[in-house]
Design a protein around this ligand. Structure first.
Ligand code: GLR
Ligand code: MG
Length: 408
């Protein structure tokens, strides 16, 4: 038996551009947490997850219940995590804690067996995983700082320029726009400009619930023929079902369906046609495969959601997505926004024509850059930051900003 001997939990802070969304503005530093799972034989498995205070506390609470298990006993470890976190009301928070540990176990297992994580998950059905260019309305710079390499994007022209840069650099073949920032008509104009500039490229728009059902129905009608899917135009299953009833395109969601229990009502009501998986929130790589089976059973499409993240998560996303035949949409990734500060050594992760080839080394196939980890941990400590607060940050520059939704 190969036992888990230690779990080292390291919060990090890394540079993030001033990206706008429906609830505010990204702060200059994003938070993440890196896990190093030490097992017998000097093997270390890596995991990555959100780095807010609550997540760090949960990881600290489960740590002693993970140490001592066989690294192959993932089901028992999951039960131990569930038992320890039984008092945590939010199931997504509980699953996110387990997910990071599961990924670290699978990375370690891959190193022990000398095979990539995708093989432990049954084997890749595609050699590379396509990702979408994730466009954001953004400011040229964080107030008081120099302009970043991406420049401003608060107009349709600015977004087209951003899309071109992303495509030039990464070769993306699908494009997602984070909306819910400006009046719906401005965002319709932005999609139309992207449509004209990028003929044939699948487009998506995600206003994160910024619209009423009435607004969403109108926007969906006006965007007929331009979107492969419209993501979370409204909040909640009732309004999603009302919009889906007339929308000419499929509705996707990472907000109204976030657990298997919500799949039955979603299907019954026709509220969502494309589910956005995310191994961090759905409980790991194996649960993501289970989700794929459930979606397939009920005729739902499957795509993948992301949040600001680093290379360990990108590797995990790529391994699992490569194993799922029905994950036919390009996955979301924030990686281009955050790649400059990665905690993994360069080489294993690369984009070719918008897709990340599945790393072929053992485990996740990525190696920790210990100097970068120390530097980003130092940045975390110096920042004094504990949680993500997009609304509070935007309010510093626009004191009247109200993050309540729907807004239009
Ligand atoms: O698809 C989504 O809803 C996201 O990617 C959520 C993220 O928090 C996104 O809105 C962001 O990074 O601002
Ligand atoms: Mg979304």
């Amino acid at each position: 038996m190969t036992r888990i001997r230690d779990l080292v939990i390291t919060p990090v802070a890394f540079r993030d551009p001033p990206l706008l969304n429906s609830t505010g503005l990204h702060e200059p530093l994003a938070l993440r947490c890196v896990l190093q799972l030490h097992v017998d034989g000097g093997i270390v498995g890596l995991g990555e997850c959100p780095g807010d205070r609550g997540q760090l506390d949960r990881l600290a609470a489960v740590r002693e219940h993970v140490i001592g298990h066989s690294v192959h006993a993932i089901n028992r470890i999951e039960r131990a995590v569930e038992r320890t976190l039984a008092g945590v009301a939010d199931p997504i928070a509980r699953r996110a804690t387990f997910s990071a540990i599961e990924v670290a176990c699978l990375d370690a297992q891959g190193h022990l067996a000398g095979v990539p994580v995708a093989e432990l998950l049954g084997g890749a059905v595609r050699p590379a995983v396509p990702y979408a260019a994730y466009l954001f309305y953004k400011w040229a710079a964080h107030p008081g700082a120099d302009e970043d390499e991406w420049g401003p994007a608060t107009t349709p022209e600015g977004l087209v320029e951003q899309a071109r840069r992303m495509i030039d650099r990464y070769g993306f073949r699908s494009v997602k726009l984070k909306g819910g920032v400006f009046e719906p008509d401005e965002e319709i104009a932005a999609i139309m400009a992207l449509r004209a500039a990028l003929p044939g490229v699948p487009l998506r728009l995600d206003p994160n619930g910024a619209w009423t059902a009435e607004t969403a129905r109108r926007v969906a009608k006006e965007l007929d023929g331009t979107l492969e899917y419209l993501e979370d135009p409204v909040l909640g299953m009732d309004d999603m079902a009302a919009v889906a009833a007339t929308a000419p395109m499929p509705l996707a969601s990472n907000m109204c369906t976030t657990s298997l229990e919500t799949i039955a009502p979603v299907v019954e009501r026709g509220a969502v046609q494309v589910v956005l998986s995310d191994h961090h929130y759905w409980g790991g790589l194996r649960r993501t495969q289970h989700l794929a089976t459930v979606c397939d059973t009920f005729g739902l499409g499957l795509s993948m959601h992301s949040n600001s993240h680093l290379g360990i998560s990108l590797a995990a996303m790529t391994h699992v997505a490569a194993t799922i035949p029905t994950l036919t949409y390009a996955c979301d990734t924030h990686y281009p926004w955050n790649a400059a500060d990665d905690v993994v050594l360069p080489g294993a992760l690369r984009f070719a024509e918008g897709a990340v080839p599945v790393p072929d080394g053992p485990g996740l196939g990525v190696r920790l850059d210990h100097d970068a980890l120390a530097r980003l941990h130092e940045a975390y400590v110096r920042s004094g930051r504990q949680v993500r607060d997009d609304a509070g940050y935007l309010r510093r520059f626009q004191p009247g900003f109200d993050p309540s939704l729907p807004r239009w």
